[in-house]
Design a protein around this ligand. Structure first.
Ligand SMILES: Cc1cc2nc3c(=O)[nH]c(=O)nc-3n(C[C@H](O)[C@H](O)[C@H](O)COP(=O)(O)O)c2cc1C
Length: 183
């Protein structure tokens, strides 16, 4: 045993560690708060139903596979979007730091009079001004407890350089500090 392993700092962090309770709901808020330490970008999944365009704000987006090209989002079973996303093309829009209102709009907080500019000529409707986008077709859906893991196969994609990402961290909106900021 080295001194380092028994430093008070490490001992205290072990003391702080939580075991997930056998009662699933007991520590749910604390678990959610602790998971919130993982800073993420923010995306909006967009799709068409009838003549209307819809979106849902999602930060569970992750890349999965290069061959075939697959990405994943985790959607609550309560999501209205779920039934659509398992059966039709959808776009994943990675939001830039000027798109906070877009994130709110599609997270169930309508922004009165805030215009969403749609691009409709390359697959599912997608949101103009986004940092990056991925046009997807559903690949698979898997059981994820109270969520469904939706895998999409990427059909096309694009990005723009002059934008920084919108960031979500500890339940708050944030922006990315880069080494360019230090001048
Ligand atoms: C930053 C942020 C991230 C979110 N990420 C997810 C997510 O990964 N999965 C999910 O199901 N809902 C997520 N939500 C919640 C949905 O955006 C919200 O419940 C939305 O109203 C669902 O719309 P729908 O019922 O039309 O699908 C997130 C909300 C916010 C603000």
């Amino acid at each position: 045993m080295t001194d380092l392993m028994w430093s008070s700092e490490i001992y205290e962090s072990i003391q702080d560690a939580k075991t997930v309770s056998a009662e699933p709901q007991t520590d749910a808020r604390e678990l959610r708060n602790t998971l919130g330490n993982f800073a993420t970008g923010v995306t909006v999944l967009t799709y068409q139903s009838g003549d209307s365009f819809y979106g849902v704000t999602v930060n569970s987006f992750t890349s999965v596979s290069m061959d075939p090209p697959l990405v994943l989002v985790s959607l609550t079973r309560k999501s209205r979007a779920l039934t659509y996303l398992l059966e039709r093309p959808f776009a994943i829009n990675v939001l830039g730091d000027a798109q906070l209102q877009t994130a709110l709009q599609f997270a169930g907080k309508p922004q009165d009079g805030y215009p969403i500019e749609w691009i409709t000529n390359d697959g599912a409707p997608r949101i103009s001004g986004s940092l990056a986008h991925f046009q997807c077709t559903p690949w698979a859906g898997y059981d994820g407890g109270d969520h469904i893991l939706v895998l999409g196969r990427v059909l096309s994609f694009g990005q723009q350089d002059a934008t920084k990402p919108l960031v979500f961290y500890r339940g708050r909106w944030s922006a990315l500090a880069t080494d360019e900021d230090e001048g």
